[in-house]
Design a protein around this ligand. Structure first.
Ligand SMILES: Nc1ncnc2c1ncn2[C@@H]1O[C@H](COP(=O)(O)OP(=O)(O)OP(=O)(O)O)[C@@H](O)[C@H]1O
Ligand SMILES: [Mg+2]
Length: 362
């Protein structure tokens, strides 16, 4: 059974629809992420789950019960915000003990639970420090430890790492996954950072203007985006104009930018001969060589290097297609001495394997 079910949730502010009919089913123990750009309704959805806002219509069902009439403090969940609201005049230990004191546990139980919690998030060294004596990442770990100490059914996290620098954020990704696994608590995580969502989540709901555009495991969302919006929002993606020129039993042959033909799978794509749409292909799925390849069904065209961008682990090349538009290709700099394969103006052959990309019609 799902731990949390959202059924057709709608929320309007005056005449603006912030959440426009969201239905989701979240399983016990998931690390579930709401991902989308600023203003798409992530925080509004989280605030309705927490009970700080009421939906205009729809149902929120926790473990089979409609929680519509439960006030926020009665809901068996906690929220962690971007700004860690620790009590500045209390040590880490006292901060973590606070929710247990409020719940009137016995002093013996409190000491035991707090020690357990401090151990499990490895805060032993910091237990007697005050919040101002901790780094931002450490403070956020304390805030999460405090939220987990009375074993909520759900932990809601609204961009909890956005105040931290990039390195600390990456370190915290590892910590967050550990805390989630150790506690077994279901996490609902909000972020606008696609790489964070891909790295942390068991499943991701990609949101756009108050609706869920696509729901799936990180690998599905990245490899099989179902719309232009998702392909464009998640990672780097070439999105090229394309037309269906042949309908085969399980594939379509499409013509891309009047420049090359390629086979794509027809799974989940309804299209007729002549249908127009986009060919979506990730830069790392494209190859380039000095010589043409002649294998059957491999798209292969002569090109010139327009430019290149060195990223360290790889180099992103821009190649001209025969119609003058540009396609991007990411090649790993895998050999020790290698900084790039090609230079500006080099003439090369670009190749794309059949089924390496997908065809999007909306
Ligand atoms: N109390 C409110 N009154 C009026 N409009 C609101 C209110 N709260 C949110 N909105 C609007 O609803 C939309 C969704 O806001 P929300 O805070 O849910 O976005 P978000 O996805 O969390 O964005 P961000 O990534 O910037 O935090 C926005 O256009 C916002 O301006
Ligand atoms: Mg927000």
């Amino acid at each position: 059974m799902a731990i949390l079910e959202l059924k057709n949730i709608v929320k309007q502010f005056a005449d603006y629809t912030a959440v426009d009919g969201v239905s989701l089913s979240i399983e016990q123990g998931e690390f579930f992420t709401l991902l989308g750009p600023s203003g798409c309704g992530k925080t509004t959805l989280l605030r309705m789950i927490a009970g700080f806002e009421n939906p205009d219509s729809g149902q929120i069902i926790l473990e089979g019960n409609d929680i519509q009439n439960l006030p926020p403090e009665k809901r068996p969940l906690h929220t962690v915000f971007q700004s860690y609201a620790l009590f500045p005049h209390m040590t880490v230990r006292d901060n973590i003990a606070f929710p247990l004191k409020m719940a009137k546990l016995s002093p013996k139980d409190i000491i035991e639970r707090v020690n357990q919690q401090i151990d499990s998030v490895q805060l032993n060294k910091f237990a007697e420090r005050y919040p101002h004596e901790l780094s931002g990442g450490q403070r956020q770990r304390v805030a999460i430890a405090r939220s987990l100490v009375n074993r909520p059914k759900l932990l809601l996290l609204d961009e909890p790492l956005s105040a931290l620098d990039a390195r600390l954020r990456e370190h915290m990704h590892v910590e967050l996954v550990k805390m989630q696994e150790q506690s077994g608590v279901t996490f609902i995580y909000v972020t606008h950072d696609q790489s964070e969502a891909l790295a942390l989540s068991s499943r991701i709901a990609v949101m756009n203007h108050g609706i869920v555009e696509q729901l799936g495991a990180p690998r599905e969302i990245y490899s099989y985006p179902k719309s232009y919006y998702v392909a464009d929002f998640i990672g780097k993606c070439n999105l090229l104009n394309a037309t269906v020129i042949e309908v085969l039993p399980s594939q379509y042959r499409i013509k891309v930018e009047d420049s090359f033909e390629i086979l794509i799978s027809n799974e989940g794509v309804e299209a007729k001969l002549g249908q127009e749409g986009w060919f979506a292909i990730r830069p790392e799925k494209i190859k380039a060589n000095w010589d043409a390849r002649t294998d059957e069904d491999v798209a292969n065209f002569k090109s010139k290097v327009k430019g290149l961008y060195y990223y360290g682990d790889g180099t992103l090349y821009e190649f001209y297609m025969p119609n003058g538009r540009v396609i991007q290709c990411m090649l790993a700099n895998s050999r020790a001495e290698q900084a790039s394969f090609f230079n500006d103006g080099d003439e090369v052959y670009v190749t794309i394997n059949p089924l390496a990309g997908s065809f999007l019609v909306n």
